[in-house]
Design a protein around this ligand. Structure first.
Ligand code: BES
Ligand code: ZN
Ligand code: ZN
Length: 477
């Protein structure tokens, strides 16, 4: 979808469809109130009504006028408009603060993944044109709106880039293919890219990650992308879980829970999308994105419950469940990342636990770490970016649940509750002492993928992690 901003009142813009957002209060004095009422329109949130004879699409906005409500209303409207035969849609502003939400609604809401359809359905609608004027006729500063447009387009498109990667099947997006994709991103965006294959991983003594990948016909890769501007203000490390498929390994998942496990690479895809956006916005922050790309499968050579693995940082891990594989991969990638980059902050993104969804529901990212103030800045970034986040607190008793009688730490908890937190506390074993207060872990198990549309998301990957992280970085002092 082509998104444009023009320096013209709405009435002068040529487009064959006009989109109007209407609150219940505005509806009371709406010029087409009688007609809309007859059609059952009540200005309820996301309620849509097309007055084709007037070339108008009306969309309800609940009394609660927030970014979130405009963003999801725009997504609903664009999806509907794409089913009509109009070619261009025009829309006014609803206060400059809302512009970002409206653009996100267009770009994220119009997303379709049709790579596996023999006959993709092309929409006639190809253009959305925003006026610089508000719906009440007042005018906004064009430069400010243009700045919002260009920044938001970069971030929203990076979110769709992540969705495209996540939505690819495990046989298409293998660890090797993820590395090829990262290399292509590096070439197009002027990033440095280092890939370690099995030999490289062996040299680096990344035995935990190697063990997880050993049962697969698709050998693992470690991807390191870096964006290095001149005189960076800060250095940030991002680490992503890139399980291109998680069958559970010998602790095999049930048939129903295995479906969707192509999404287990979403953390890795997210850090690729984040560094893509950062490099396109030319932020003065050095960023390193590390992805542990691995497939967790069964075979005669697969790693086993009862194995003891030595991670890169020297700690030993008792494996009691091969389905708790993400934390093993991250253990090594976190170790490698900290050894190679001295960063001001380290953030990891992982579809790590089903327990996170039990705790927070299927839409919310779990935020964990030792530094309360730092976590709070992320909660605020999430609220402002429109990504739901919830903090899950550590405590010293939960830490005891991953003690091992045999090794330094066990990969699963001895109790069935608090699994998202015990997984994060496992990762804590692989965070260096001087990085403890600079680390935040994001469990995106629920938020990274959806099988039913919600907010700006359609079936499949959501691109969770991109908007919140860019928001956080843009506010970083
Ligand atoms: N990739 C899964 C977590 C997951 C589950 C992500 C559902 C998205 C949706 C992870 O590797 C896993 O299997 N975790 C286990 C941990 C358990 C064995 C301690 C889980 O959550 O059941
Ligand atoms: Zn698993
Ligand atoms: Zn997994």
């Amino acid at each position: 979808m082509n998104v444009k901003l023009v320096n013209q009142p709405l009435s002068l813009i040529s487009a064959d469809l006009t989109l109007e957002f209407v609150t219940p209060k505005q509806f009371e004095i709406h010029p087409h109130r009688a007609l809309l009422t007859q059609a059952g329109f009540k200005a309820e949130q996301e309620q849509l009504c097309a007055l084709h004879e007037h070339r108008i699409l009306v969309c309800g906005i609940d009394a609660e006028e927030t970014d979130e409500f405009y963003r999801s209303a725009m997504a609903a409207a664009i999806k509907t408009a794409m089913n009509y035969a109009y070619t261009a849609l025009k829309c006014s502003q609803y206060a400059p603060e809302r512009f970002r939400a409206l653009i996100e609604g267009v770009v994220l809401g119009s997303y379709k993944f049709e790579r596996y359809k023999s006959e993709p359905k092309a929409s006639k609608l190809t253009e959305v044109i925003f006026s610089h004027e508000n719906n009440d006729g007042s005018v906004n500063d064009l430069d400010a709106l243009e700045a919002i447009l260009s920044q938001t387009l970069v971030i929203a498109k990076a979110t769709n880039y992540v969705r495209n990667l996540v939505n690819q099947t495990p046989d298409d997006m293998t660890p090797q293919q993820m590395a090829i994709t990262a290399d292509a991103l590096a070439k197009s965006n002027n990033l440095e890219c280092t890939i370690l294959d099995v030999n490289g991983l062996e040299e680096e003594k990344m035995n935990a990650m190697l063990s997880v990948g050993r049962g697969s016909a698709h050998p693992p890769r470690l991807i390191h992308l870096s964006y290095k501007p001149k005189n960076p203000r800060k250095v940030i490390t991002l680490v992503g879980k890139g399980l291109t498929y998680d069958s559970g390994g010998l602790s095999l998942k049930g048939a129903a829970s295995m479906v969707t496990m192509k999404m287990d690479k979403a953390g890795g895809c997210a850090v690729m999308g984040i560094i893509k956006a950062i490099s396109e916005l030319k932020l003065d922050i050095e960023v390193h994105a590390f992805v542990g790309a691995v497939e967790n499968m069964i075979s005669g050579n697969a790693y086993k419950p009862d194995d003891v693995l030595r991670a890169k940082n020297g700690k030993t891990i008792e494996v009691r469940n091969t389905d708790a594989e993400g934390r093993l991969v991250l253990a090594d990638v976190l170790g490698y990342a900290q050894e190679n980059v001295k960063a001001d902050y380290i953030f990891d993104y992982a579809t790590l636990t089903g327990a996170c969804m039990v705790a927070l529901g299927p839409y919310t990212t779990g935020v964990m770490g030792h530094n309360e103030a730092l976590k709070q800045t992320w909660i605020e970034a999430g609220a402002s970016a429109g990504e739901y986040c919830g903090m899950l607190p550590f405590n010293r008793h939960l830490k005891k649940l991953i003690k091992s009688d045999l090794a330094d730490v066990c990969n699963v908890s001895s109790k069935p509750y608090g699994g998202a937190i015990t997984a994060a506390l496992f990762l804590d074993n692989f965070i260096d002492e001087d990085m403890k207060e600079k680390w935040v872990h994001f469990d995106i198990a629920g938020s990274a993928y959806t099988e039913s549309a919600w907010d700006v998301h359609t079936y499949g990957g959501t691109g969770a992690g991109v908007r919140i992280t860019l928001n956080w970085l843009l506010n970083l002092k």
